[in-house]
Design a protein around this ligand. Structure first.
Ligand code: ATP
Length: 235
């Protein structure tokens, strides 16, 4: 579960400050894929960066599970991010020298000791994840040997290595053609449901709206529409 509670974020803008996120409250629940949409410059990526604890908001709280991330030190926030949050960016950001399997292993070994039993557990988890994203036969390939869609699948599997409670995804289909984009959206929706992740996904493109469980629309940093509200007020 992730909760943003009355979050405001500003950036320096000449002699004053520009508001990128303006008093936003929203909740991502386990097993629910929540889309965040809105025009260019409306604050979607800023909102995701705050949710990811990469940027601290000017005011408001970001609560991950039962932890108020906005009250943590930088090191504590890094540990929280590693343990509880998976992040997938527009570009897959893979390391060119590593195979698909190694991209996941490096992530899995972050923060852990290298005992051999643990290494075996890591190996089997990594293989299970590559299989879950449809890349079991490509585990030994480096990014240059993979298609754009396959690279994005590696990035998704890598984000899931620590079994995150929260999955944050920024425009995952922007570098892909429509068919590959649809496959990636399908994959994110099914992994969200199967693994009970609370997923927030930023997208311009509402072709895949049918795959979203909830949709929040942001304009000028503010939420102007939310299907979650419609569901709540109908209940
Ligand atoms: N690091 C920064 N410094 C200053 N201003 C920023 C910074 N990052 C974003 N902004 C400003 O905050 C506002 C929101 O930007 P943001 O990138 O979050 O929007 P977006 O909805 O994700 O846009 P897009 O769909 O084009 O990616 C914009 O006015 C932008 O110029």
């Amino acid at each position: 579960m992730i909760t943003l509670d009355d979050v405001t974020l500003t950036f320096p803008d000449g002699s004053s400050r520009a508001t990128a996120v303006d008093h936003v409250s929203l909740a991502g629940r386990p097993g629910v894929l929540t889309g965040i949409t809105g025009p260019s410059g409306s604050g979607k990526s800023s909102l995701l960066a705050v949710a990811a604890t990469l940027i601290r908001p000017d005011s408001g709280r970001v609560v991950i599970g039962d932890v108020d991330a906005t009250s943590l030190s930088r090191d504590e926030a890094t540990a929280l991010r590693r343990d509880r949050i998976g992040i997938v960016f527009q570009q897959s950001n893979l390391l060119p020298a590593l195979t698909a399997r190694e991209q996941l292993q490096v992530m899995a070994e972050l923060g852990g000791r290298g005992a051999s039993a643990r290494r075996r557990a890591v190996r089997s988890r990594v293989d299970e994840l590559l299989d879950a994203v449809g890349l079991a036969d490509h585990a030994g390939k480096r990014p240059a040997q993979l298609s754009g869609g396959q690279r994005q699948r590696v990035a998704i599997a890598r984000a899931l290595v620590h079994e995150p409670q929260v999955l944050l995804v920024d425009e995952p289909t922007s570098a892909l053609d429509q068919e590959r984009g649809a496959e990636i959206m399908d994959l994110i929706a099914s992994l969200t449901h199967e693994r009970a992740a609370a997923t927030l996904l930023v997208t311009h493109d509402l072709v895949h709206e049918n795959l979203l469980d909830e949709l929040v629309t942001v304009v000028d940093g503010r939420i102007v529409a939310s299907t979650a509200d419609a569901v709540a007020s109908a209940a």
